[in-house]
Design a binder for this molecule. Structure first.
Ligand code: SAH
Length: 224
């Protein structure tokens, strides 16, 4: 970045990222695009990587995790078809970037992150940025968050072997759940589950790559 670079450079880069999400990546939901043009992704990435904050790629964060690629954040959010009235549950909050996008598009977001350090940092960052409609805790999100169910929408930002059963039971009828499902670290498919009065509707939206969803209804903890 040139000397004397200001926040405006970040704004310009962010606008270019959003233009690409629309023109090259086919994101159509205008509310999603407008929100991604506002939320400062560079505030969520490690200092050393700020210059790369608006490239379309995942970036490493603390605890060996990643902040998701902007396209996949946009796509998953778009698939939830939020109108602003929803109570949303997010699993795998990481840096809180996806949480901030959801909180800008829905009424209330409950978020869970497995790593305590990440959860603490995400909470601090989100309140510093002025978000007041987010409740974020550390824990195993594959069990859902019983206290605030049922949810209108659920987003899982880590890849599981299957759709965790508790998440389906905590989803409202008519509600949508988006999750990468597949093998550990590969051959994952972006999957949308819509809860019907009887059973569920499953739709698939192409390949994706996420860090593993680790928990009671996900993958077992890594052997050390
Ligand atoms: N949306 C995040 C992406 C984080 S990567 C962002 O934009 O920053 C996925 C996250 O899921 C990781 O931080 C990982 O620790 C977390 N995770 C994995 N299994 C989990 C579980 N069972 N419950 C909650 N979080 C989990």
């Amino acid at each position: 970045m040139p000397p004397g670079a200001t926040r405006d450079d970040m704004t310009i880069r962010r606008e270019q990222m959003v233009a690409a999400l629309s023109a090259e990546f086919g994101i159509k939901d205008v509310r999603v695009l407008e929100t991604m043009a506002k939320v400062p992704r560079h505030r969520f990435v490690p200092d050393a990587l700020k210059a790369q904050a608006y490239r379309d790629g995942a970036l490493p964060i603390a605890s060996g995790q990643t902040i998701s690629q902007p396209f996949i954040v946009a796509r998953m959010t778009e698939l939830l078809e939020l109108d602003g009235s929803e109570k949303v549950l997010e699993i795998g909050a990481g840096t809180g970037y996806q949480t901030a996008i959801l909180a800008s598009l829905a009424r209330k977001v409950f978020a869970i992150e497995r790593h305590e350090g990440l959860a603490r940092e995400a909470n601090a960052r989100l309140s510093e940025l002025g978000f007041r409609n987010i409740t974020l805790k550390a824990g195993d999100g594959t069990k859902g968050w019983e206290a605030y169910q049922p949810y209108d929408a659920i987003l899982v930002a880590a890849g599981g072997p299957k759709v965790p059963e508790p998440l389906i039971s905590q989803l409202k009828t008519g509600g949508k759940l988006v999750i990468p499902v597949g093998e550990k670290g590969e051959n994952q498919v972006l999957t949308r589950v819509t809860k019907m009065p009887t059973g569920v509707k499953i739709e698939e939206f192409g390949p994706c790559t996420f860090v593993p969803l680790i928990g009671d209804h996900g993958w077992p903890e890594e052997q050390k």
